[in-house]
Design a protein around this ligand. Structure first.
Ligand SMILES: Cc1cc2nc3c(=O)[nH]c(=O)nc-3n(C[C@H](O)[C@H](O)[C@H](O)COP(=O)(O)OP(=O)(O)OC[C@H]3O[C@@H](n4cnc5c(N)ncnc54)[C@H](O)[C@@H]3O)c2cc1C
Length: 421
């Protein structure tokens, strides 16, 4: 840990004795490291402040320690914003996916591989390699990294010079500040929402924020008994009867509720404001349940097709929820019972209660609206000289490398923007 070194003092600085750093980047996560790197490569003298003892903690924790660096394909519909799709497109197109891929493989020298399903990982399966490559590039570009430096307040004086107040350290002054402090998810990684508090004090608004890519909780003893079961299912979120979102994929029953890729993917439609009144419906398996329940040959019981296709504990729970005895004969099953069972198999209304919150959420949805930034540089329109990127902004990606893609792309744009203005 080295203290930040003073650099130049611009002629208009009001306290000539106090050094003014040209550019301070706050937050050495995915977005901040990229911003610092590209700002330094564009010629800026960059000081990168990180509150934690180490930079890039979330990179290390990502993708189960493997870091899903990128997706293999990208569409606008892979991202969610409360604001304009055009603004989001503008930023994403600024650094096309193929070029970001090349940045990692050729520029950083980090071989990547694409897994079936389209997720891109380092060939070494090591998130640490991603962080090491970024840190090495930052170092050789001349970025001055200071760890254990938590910024808690930011204000500009009349000359447009920023003062950054830090915990347990002297304040710093800077010509330009770039905030890349992330969201609220995984608080132990250093994400405590300070960045949002700071920009709000400077006059920015925030769109509603809520945990996204997060497990769902349930308060039903029956479902809790399914903990450990994983299977493929189709999930639907409905508002009254209106379809809001549909996902097909793997889900996992946990002691607290539901997890797994399909659940995380659809979770923000439940976690968002107004989502609490929505219904989560599950369709189990991919078979034609109507045909399976119509086949009563040989005195088959109702339990038989269910237990053939589903884990026994789940089959039994669905039978009990439908009020059908497991030894009832399919051939003589009454119409209302058949209907109830079909409903449990194809439109099972899950008694969901909430989400596991920021503690386990991969990202925070919502944040600073892109409309409050100059898109070309990601400079604040509200507080000139301040640049923002990464999860702080109101853009959230799907599971599969999209959130890192946003961090790299927005980080580069803000870094180059801050270096040039
Ligand atoms: C468990 C987990 C797994 C994930 N896996 C993936 C994945 O495989 N692929 C993917 O695309 N996305 C993944 N994500 C999401 C991804 O990690 C984030 O989208 C991304 O890290 C956001 O980057 P960021 O730089 O904006 O914020 P962060 O990575 O959160 O970085 C912010 C940095 O700022 C620092 N900081 C905060 N406040 C201050 C302050 N006041 N002063 C100084 N420093 C401060 C923090 O310590 C932190 O280092 C995962 C997230 C989690 C939680």
């Amino acid at each position: 840990m080295t203290p930040p070194r003073p650099t130049q003092t611009p002629p208009h600085a009001s306290h000539a004795a106090e050094p003014v750093l040209p550019l301070v980047v706050v937050g050495a996560g995915a977005a901040g490291l990229t911003a610092a790197l590209f700002a330094a490569r564009a010629g800026a003298d960059v000081t990168l402040l990180e509150s934690g003892r180490r930079p890039g903690v979330k990179i290390l924790a990502s993708g189960g320690g493997r870091c899903n660096v990128l997706p293999s394909e990208v569409q606008l519909s892979d991202f969610f914003t409360h604001g304009s799709d055009n603004a989001m497109r503008n930023v994403l197109r600024g650094w096309p996916l193929a070029d970001v891929h090349r940045f990692f493989t050729e520029d950083l020298g980090l071989p990547l591989k694409t897994e079936p399903g389209g997720k891109v990982f380092p060939r070494s399966d090591s998130a640490r390699d991603v962080l090491t490559a970024l840190l090495r590039a930052c170092k050789s570009a001349g970025v001055h990294l200071v760890t254990g430096a938590r910024v808690h307040a930011l204000a500009a004086d009349g000359d447009g010079i920023w003062q950054l107040r830090l915990d347990d350290r002297p304040a710093l002054r800077a010509q330009r500040v770039l905030l890349a402090t992330g969201g609220l998810s995984l608080p132990k990684s250093g994400s405590d929402g300070t960045g949002w508090r700071v920009v709000q004090q400077l006059g920015h608004t925030l769109t509603p924020r809520f945990p996204a890519l997060v497990p769902i909780t349930m308060s039903d003893a029956g479902f809790a008994g399914l903990a450990g079961i994983s299977l493929r299912a189709t999930l639907e979120v409905r508002d009254n009867d209106r379809l809001i979102a549909r996902e097909h994929g793997d889900l996992l029953f946990t002691h607290r509720g539901l997890s797994g890729p399909a659940v995380l993917q659809i979770s923000h439609h439940l976690a968002c404001p107004g989502g609490e009144s929505r219904t989560l419906l599950l369709r189990f398996g991919e078979q034609d349940w109507r045909a399976a329940l119509a086949d009563g040959r040989g005195g088959r019981t109702v339990a038989s097709p269910l237990r053939d296709a589903l884990p026994t504990r789940l089959a039994d729970l669905l039978l009990s929820r439908a009020g059908v005895a497991s030894d009832a004969r399919l051939a003589t099953l009454a119409k209302p019972a058949r209907k109830a069972l079909m409903r449990e198999l194809e439109r099972c209304a899950v008694p969901w209660r909430g989400t596991e919150g920021y503690k386990t959420a991969e990202v925070t949805a919502g944040g600073v609206p892109l409309s409050e930034l100059r898109l070309k540089t990601l400079e604040s329109r509200v507080a000139p000289g301040l640049f923002l990127c990464g999860e702080l902004l109101d853009v959230t990606g799907r599971l599969g490398g999209y959130n890192f893609l946003w961090a790299w792309v927005s980080g580069r744009r803000a870094g180059e923007g801050a270096a040039q203005t």
